[in-house]
Design a protein around this ligand. Structure first.
Ligand code: ATR
Length: 272
């Protein structure tokens, strides 16, 4: 019988996850079906329960339901617990296991695909919402010299730092204090790119060989990446993270690690 999976979100029509999982399945000749499921803003649990009860094997969860998926899962992995956010659900006969593959997906894209080491570097994480929370633990696991987090509302960044047990390597920096700091890797985890706006990061923050990474993806440069490019920094959008987080989810579900490079190239070609 074909194993069934889906991505649940709102909106979800734009999601490229079906394309990605279909390509992974082709690599191994796996018989899976992967669809998009739109949940109403208050209808996440109803949607996921109906899908599970229909005999499905698992689901990915995207905005805005990742915190709700964390609450819904009966058991969560340590990396999901750290960010209080779940993007991958595995339906087992007696329980639902929640995991979060976003952090590892981001780090693999930066280190393996983009060739930018994170160990020993100065990282600036911009934003303190759900997207930022989900990747903090994985970034700290990469042993940076310092992980600084900044946010338009500084108290939210301070709260994330206070909650993590990594005070020596993890600090909050208010936007007004950024002008004296420089970083090797700058990651935009705000939703500012959705409204084509720019988070407050002065150009002086980008070191000479910096990598600027926007967790959003789409056509052309986001305002953040355009600013970074004007300083001479390298730029990358979140398409590679999307493929890497999907590969980790596929591994959890199917026990097989797909080759991500060809799938990333395919997505880039299909976007042109
Ligand atoms: P998500 O789950 O995508 O992270 P969220 O939890 O609503 O969404 O968080 C959005 C993040 O983007 C927050 O850090 C927000 O800053 P505030 O905490 O000050 O609201 C940030 N953000 C959104 N629009 C922004 C903008 N135009 N400039 C700077 N930061 C912005």
């Amino acid at each position: 019988m074909t194993d069934r999976y889906a991505v649940i979100g709102n909106p979800v029509a734009h999601s490229r996850s079906p394309e990605i999982h279909a390509a992974f399945a082709r690599e191994f000749g796996e018989d899976i079906q992967y669809e998009r499921l739109l949940a109403t803003p208050s209808g996440f649990v109803e949607t996921v329960e109906a899908f599970r009860n229909s005999g499905a094997s698992g689901a990915n969860v995207t905005l805005p339901f990742k915190p709700e998926a964390f609450a819904y899962a009966g058991v969560c992995t340590a990396r999901a617990e750290r960010g209080k956010s779940v993007n991958t659900l595995q339906f087992e006969s007696d329980q639902v296991v929640g995991d979060n593959t976003d952090g590892v997906g981001l780090c693999r894209d930066i280190v393996s695909n983009l060739g930018q080491p994170l160990a020993g570097t100065r990282i600036l994480l911009i934003g303190a919402g759900g997207a930022a929370r989900a990747v903090v633990g994985a970034l700290l696991d990469c042993q940076p010299e310092i992980l600084a987090i900044t946010n338009r509302t500084p108290a939210k960044a301070q709260l994330i730092v206070a909650e993590m047990d990594a005070k020596k390597r993890f600090c909050a920096v208010a936007p007004a204090e950024l002008s004296t700091r420089r970083f090797d890797v700058l990651i935009n985890a705000t939703s500012a790119s959705l409204t084509a706006s720019l988070p407050m990061v002065p150009p002086s923050c980008f070191d000479k060989n910096a990598l600027a990474y926007d967790m959003m993806y789409g056509k052309g440069l986001t305002p953040f990446l355009a600013l970074a490019a004007s300083t001479g920094a390298r730029t990358a959008d979140g398409l590679g993270m999307l493929v890497e987080q999907a590969a980790e989810a596929f591994f959890l579900w199917r026990g097989k690690r797909p080759s991500t490079g060809p799938v990333l190239n395919l997505l880039k070609q299909n976007s042109q």
